[in-house]
Ligand binder design. Structure first.
Ligand code: SAM
Length: 354
């Protein structure tokens, strides 16, 4: 976490029939607090699958390897071994030494936690035998407190991001769903998107994410917004396709951040007055967030599955007598370039020429 060396966990004495739940909790805590993975001595595919599903939904690449030789893992080079045991030296007196040693050696950290009685070799092989208190407590709480001290509380900043994002609430539950590229493709296919539509959204996604990575924009939100921006075209090719697309995604409980991108992607946005004239539900469809602006402009700059220049976009609009809309697209381009300090034409050219 935070540029620091890896933290790995070694779980010894796991008994699948008794410890499935608590070992899963050790893994979940390790994952949420920034460890890169856990080794479990006894084979337990159920825990591996369970954590893999948490990764898929909530992000990160936390690994679980079960059915390993714990002595082999404990001999792994490049790691300081910290064995959590109520019989060890107090954490408050050892944490400073652990950090010093970590800085001096540049090593990662392997935290050893037991389930049943821990064999003596674990005490001998460890660089530090550490007690959180001298009272027996749960390995989950011992691990959480040690990792919190190792991370200086950084894990509380919720650094892992994934498809499902919990929105903190005073009361109640809210989960935001931001589908990844694979999920977006499935959603498009389930809605019978044509190959032509897929080719277009793939190119918009490439350009939009390239622009987003040069700005301080949320890439996951931009990716999903770009891939799903034209999902409404699976039901209509009219000016209302953005509104229809937003409806489809709201029904599928996709994050409102994505829904708004889709709803506001037409040209450089549609004002409330224009919406009324066009027979759309009367509201302002102007892109507001940076992510909304990026997807709208990437879409303007992709015709079919080809990237075109801003000048070509303007020419196309003017040819259809849409001068006002053309001016708005030029302004949107300037707006994004100013916010991000980039040149969109250069980015487009880089993408075209590989
Ligand atoms: N009976 C086992 C033994 O003799 O080692 C300990 C079982 S305990 C429930 C499971 C694990 O929790 C221990 O192996 C240790 O890693 C951790 N643990 C329990 N109390 C602890 C404490 N006060 N400080 C640090 N770790 C502790």
């Amino acid at each position: 976490m935070d540029g620091k060396k890896d933290i790995e966990i070694l779980r010894i004495g796991h008994r699948p029939e008794r410890d499935k739940r608590i070992t899963t909790h050790v893994a979940l805590t390790a994952r949420a607090f920034g460890a890169s993975g856990i080794y479990i001595d006894t084979k337990d595919p159920a825990i591996e699958e369970n954590i893999e599903s948490v990764n898929r939904n909530f992000g990160g690449k936390f690994f679980v390897r079960s059915g390993i030789d714990p002595k082999d893992i404990a001999s792994k080079k490049g790691f300081l071994k910290i064995h959590l045991t109520m019989y060890g030296m107090p954490l408050k007196d050892t944490i400073g030494k652990i950090k010093e040693s970590q800085i001096k050696t540049g090593n990662g950290i392997m935290i050893i936690v037991g389930a049943e009685k821990v064999p003596f070799w674990a005490y001998e092989m460890s660089d530090f035998n550490v007690s959180v208190t001298s009272q027996p407590i749960s390995e989950v709480s011992a691990l959480a407190i040690l990792m919190d001290r190792l991370n200086d509380g950084k894990e509380l900043e919720n650094l892992i991001t994934g498809m499902r994002r919990i929105i903190p609430m005073e009361r109640g539950k809210k989960v935001d769903y931001i589908p990844d590229g694979e999920e977006c493709l499935l959603i498009l296919q389930r809605n019978n998107a044509s190959q032509r539509l897929l080719d277009h959204v793939f190119m918009v996604e490439r350009l939009a994410t390239r622009i987003a990575s040069s700005c301080n924009a949320n890439i996951e939100v931009v990716r999903a917004g770009a891939m799903l921006h034209d999902i409404g075209r699976t039901v209509t090719n009219g000016i209302d396709h953005a509104v229809k697309g937003a409806e489809i995604l709201r029904t599928a409980k996709i994050s409102e951040d994505i829904v708004k991108i889709v709803e506001r992607h037409t040209g450089a946005g549609i004002s409330k007055d224009e919406a009324e004239k066009l027979g759309l539900p009367v509201k302002d469809y102007t892109p507001v967030t940076l992510e909304e602006k990026i997807v709208a402009q990437a879409d303007n700059l992709v015709s079919g599955n080809k990237i075109i220049t801003l000048e070509e976009v303007v020419e196309n609009y003017k040819r259809k007598n849409l001068v006002e809309a053309a001016n708005k697209i030029v302004k949107l381009n300037e707006d994004i370039e100013k916010i991000c300090g980039i040149n969109i034409k250069e980015i487009s050219q880089e993408l075209i020429h590989g």
